[in-house]
Ligand binder design. Sequence first.
Ligand SMILES: *[C@@H]1O[C@H](CO)[C@@H](O)[C@H](O)[C@H]1NC(C)=O
Ligand SMILES: *[C@@H]1O[C@H](CO)[C@@H](O)[C@H](O)[C@H]1NC(C)=O
Ligand SMILES: *[C@@H]1O[C@H](CO)[C@@H](O)[C@H](O)[C@H]1NC(C)=O
Ligand SMILES: *[C@@H]1O[C@H](CO)[C@@H](O)[C@H](O)[C@H]1NC(C)=O
Ligand SMILES: *[C@@H]1O[C@H](CO)[C@@H](O)[C@H](O)[C@H]1NC(C)=O
Ligand SMILES: *[C@@H]1O[C@H](CO)[C@@H](O)[C@H](O)[C@H]1NC(C)=O
Ligand SMILES: *[C@@H]1O[C@H](CO)[C@@H](O)[C@H](O)[C@H]1NC(C)=O
Length: 333
Amino acid sequence: MRSILLLLTQVVATVLGATVIPPSTWNYTYPWPVQYHNFTSQRLNLSMAYMDVAPKNASYSSNKTMVLLHGKNFCGATWEDTARRLSTHGYRVIIPDQIGFCKSSKPPAYQFSLQQLARNTHLLLSSLGIETTYVLGHSMGGMLATRFALMYTEQTSHLILTNPIGLEDWKALGVPWRNLDALYQSELATNYTSIRTYQQSTYYVNTWKPEYDVWVNMLVSLYQTAPENKTFAWNMAQTTDMVLTQPVMYEFGLITVKTLLLIGTEDTTAIGKAWSPPDVQAKLGKYDVLGKETAARIPGAELVEFGDLGHSPQVQDSERYHAALLAWLDSSN
Ligand SMILES: *[C@@H]1O[C@H](CO)[C@@H](O)[C@H](O)[C@H]1NC(C)=O
Ligand SMILES: *[C@@H]1O[C@H](CO)[C@@H](O)[C@H](O)[C@H]1NC(C)=O
Ligand SMILES: *[C@@H]1O[C@H](CO)[C@@H](O)[C@H](O)[C@H]1NC(C)=O
Ligand SMILES: *[C@@H]1O[C@H](CO)[C@@H](O)[C@H](O)[C@H]1NC(C)=O
Ligand SMILES: *[C@@H]1O[C@H](CO)[C@@H](O)[C@H](O)[C@H]1NC(C)=O
Ligand SMILES: *[C@@H]1O[C@H](CO)[C@@H](O)[C@H](O)[C@H]1NC(C)=O
Ligand SMILES: *[C@@H]1O[C@H](CO)[C@@H](O)[C@H](O)[C@H]1NC(C)=O
């Protein structure tokens, strides 16, 4: 019934000259009210979901804004802990879901690029009257934050990267290209076990705590029960292709904003490692080296390493991660 209505909406919209891709009806509960930024992109009328968290401690309000960019296996909701702390610290926090992800529109056809996602984010921020902002990105969100800082330097006061992906060019190191139909088939096969196994080894240094299940179950509900789960799987295949084929690392030297790298050095993330030959696998995802290399490439970048943490240091050791983040924020103007 719902999908018939959806189809009907799209048919009517097409007749009117634009295809409306409504926001997701995925019913996962977010920690703050979800709002929608409607805009036209690539001949589609899209809705970008976001949360806008006011500074809680008004007396300490710095009038500063931070935008939090989620990773590829994450949603805006994953930032709850960080957003609460930043809000208490006087920041207004904007947390978008990118197009194709989570509660935002999932277009059946969309030319995904980091530039396009950066522009979508820029338009959202501009619609909210935000002229300049801190930008914090994790995982794929780190790649996106880098692209954003390169394209919208005026709008970026500071750049913070937490275990960003794309610190190396996987394809140049030998990762074979994988066609979208094959990527889509893998996405369709995603289940609790496959997500947990991956997260345990790359995010949490082969440990597991019951609270990590929250983020596994969030993804399971997107893949297995969300009404538009097939389009989501397709969008995830498309964004895998996007990060694999669109490196930003060659432009690290062009970044002009103050930059902080927060790196769990036990991370081993590398897109395409799973389908690469063993000699290629052996070269990839060495965050104990990649963090230092990246800090040397970005002019003036500061590096904080967590020697015992993996891909999600903000989840694995929230206290230590946020202490490092807030200390840097307080010391850099
Ligand atoms: C799509 O968005 C444009 C610009 O906001 C608007 O003029 C148009 O009416 C919308 N189309 C539909 C079918 O809603
Ligand atoms: C955004 O678009 C959706 C339909 O796609 C509509 O339900 C919603 O009311 C719109 N929101 C705003 C703020 O215009
Ligand atoms: C969300 O949807 C799923 C599947 O459609 C359902 O099992 C679940 O109870 C719903 N949750 C909420 C909070 O509505
Ligand atoms: C607000 O921030 C100030 C300055 O850091 C602090 O002294 C005060 O305790 C904070 N208030 C609350 C309610 O957190
Ligand atoms: C924040 O903005 C308000 C309104 O523009 C202004 O009155 C206040 O002085 C500003 N506070 C700081 C710390 O800049
Ligand atoms: C989950 O997926 C993996 C591989 O993707 C598969 O081997 C396993 O049988 C699946 N488990 C369930 C319960 O479907
Ligand atoms: C997509 O969701 C439907 C239920 O809404 C479910 O039957 C189907 O198995 C899901 N697809 C995948 C690939 O999990």
